[in-house]
Ligand binder design. Structure first.
Ligand SMILES: [Zn+2]
Length: 115
């Protein structure tokens, strides 16, 4: 990957990171009720199954925030684009779709199988 490509990924990840941070902050400050979509979900979250969905959305929001943070750290460390498990290069196509991923497709599949 050349410098220009790396810069483009950095820009993309920084934007996503800021967006997620703003969402998390909004949720923490005002509570989910201030978010129009969350109000809707909150109103219908009568069953524990629906509450679990709401919880899952929050968890994945934090998880994505963490993943984008770690990807930005890998950019400054110079290890971005390499799998954190097997250290092989992650394809540009994969990074284009999920720039925050820490794994190559092989390791990702293996992880999913073992879950
Ligand atoms: Zn790997």
């Amino acid at each position: 990957m050349d410098k220009r490509q790396l810069k483009a990924f950095e820009k993309k990840l920084t934007a996503r990171h800021q967006e997620l941070q703003a969402t998390v902050r909004r949720n923490l400050r005002d509570g989910p009720a201030s978010d129009d979509r969350a109000v809707e979900i909150g109103d219908i979250a009568a069953t524990s199954f629906e509450q679990e969905i709401v919880f899952g959305q929050k968890a994945s929001m934090f998880q994505h925030l963490r993943l984008s943070e770690e990807a930005l750290k890998r950019i400054s460390a110079g290890t971005f684009g390499y799998c954190t498990l097997c250290e092989s290069e992650i394809s540009l196509q994969r990074l284009g779709a999920v720039p925050w991923t820490p794994y190559c497709i092989g390791c990702q599949e293996q992880l999913e199988r073992s879950q």
